[in-house]
Design a binder for this molecule. Sequence first.
Ligand code: FMN
Length: 221
Amino acid sequence: MSTVFRLDASIKPEGSVTRAIEDTLQGAIVADLDATVVKREIGLTPLPSDAWATAIFAGFTPADARTPEQNAAVALVTELADELASAEVAIIGAPFYNWGVTQHLKTWFDLVLADPRFSAGVETPAGSGKQAFLVIARGGGYGEGTPRYGWDHATAWLERILKDVWGYEVTIIEAELTLAESTPAMAGLVDLARQRLAEAHSAAETHGKAVAVKLGEIAAA
Ligand SMILES: Cc1cc2nc3c(=O)[nH]c(=O)nc-3n(C[C@H](O)[C@H](O)[C@H](O)COP(=O)(O)O)c2cc1C
């Protein structure tokens, strides 16, 4: 039995692009694989934003002297890290809001980074040798040559943590121009936006099937 961890971070109750692409990816992974999906939703049900600092200071406090709040924050850190560490594959949904990493996603990363299995500098972090998919949706376009080139302050940071701090093999699946359908000023970009979205779903399908084959081989070995 394989385990897939999935993190949803869109604030949209309906019409989330990251969630839709994650659905395609998850569907392709689990279609022919004996797998459990561990899901954490943080966009609609956010994690407490003060838990991280409380957990960090709990780390400087002897276990028997911790406050109930510190114990709860440490328990949350362990729960989140357990969810991620339990899985062979991680799917991280990363909607792009205000040119950076969403506060909800940042809170989740901060909390997981507080666990010794995912802390900076740990010799063999819990993601070592595992696959992570970073599923990104941006309303605009940020490629080289576009007016907002250089304004994406999220992707590099997310990739840095997953790959260089946690040890994952990272595959990015991204859709851009997702606001074209609803923004009159972007009307000329609707066809390109649809093409980008179709490509993202197609990449999710292809990568999902490939990782399922790998996981099936590992399980059978
Ligand atoms: C509050 C808010 C802020 C946003 N900020 C940006 C932004 O800075 N740049 C951008 O390209 N798109 C921005 N968008 C558009 C989102 O990137 C787009 O809706 C994307 O599809 C988000 O993923 P989701 O559909 O899974 O929520 C923003 C959307 C919202 C709701």
